[in-house]
Design a protein around this ligand. Sequence first.
Ligand code: AMP
Length: 172
Amino acid sequence: MDNLKKYINEIENFPKEGIVFKDINPIYKEPKRWNEIMMPLQNIVSKAKPDYIAGIEARGFISASALAFKLEVGFIPIRKPNKLPGKVIGVDYKLEYGVDRIEIQQNSIQKDRKVIVVDDLLATGGTASAAGKLIREVGGQLIGYAFLVELTELHGRKKLDSNLIVESIIKY
Ligand code: AMP
């Protein structure tokens, strides 16, 4: 999978000073490359047999919704504040570059349905861990996490429940 690294652009000091942003857009742009990175993700997620795939706004929606459509399982959006209608539950968390908040609709998951979180990138793990918390709070059975890219030196997986699936396709 390391052959795909040449299509991930590194943008220094974006969106903040000191951050090296991994831009995956050149992979999404080219169907062959996108397929190459999505196939192993699809294998991981289909083996887990989720009822739902949860995606995190905004970049996380790309891979999570594509996979949900392909595997014919439900898609649950986890969004930035004040975007979801009706009753929502939110959680604040630390990001590699700041503080943020994500929300989920309170009635989005029937009790004990199996949910896997799919996101573009695992950095410090704050976002994914917050997403997992939300899924559990609304009654879902969190079964794991799958990422396209993992920045291993930030040890994000330490923030995630080690009894669950935690997988990534491209590791830095
Ligand atoms: P974290 O909560 O620190 O694991 O950050 C993960 C989220 O922030 C993911 O949804 C990514 O889209 C985004 N993110 C964090 N760091 C980077 C980075 N260096 N390059 C690209 N996206 C990043």
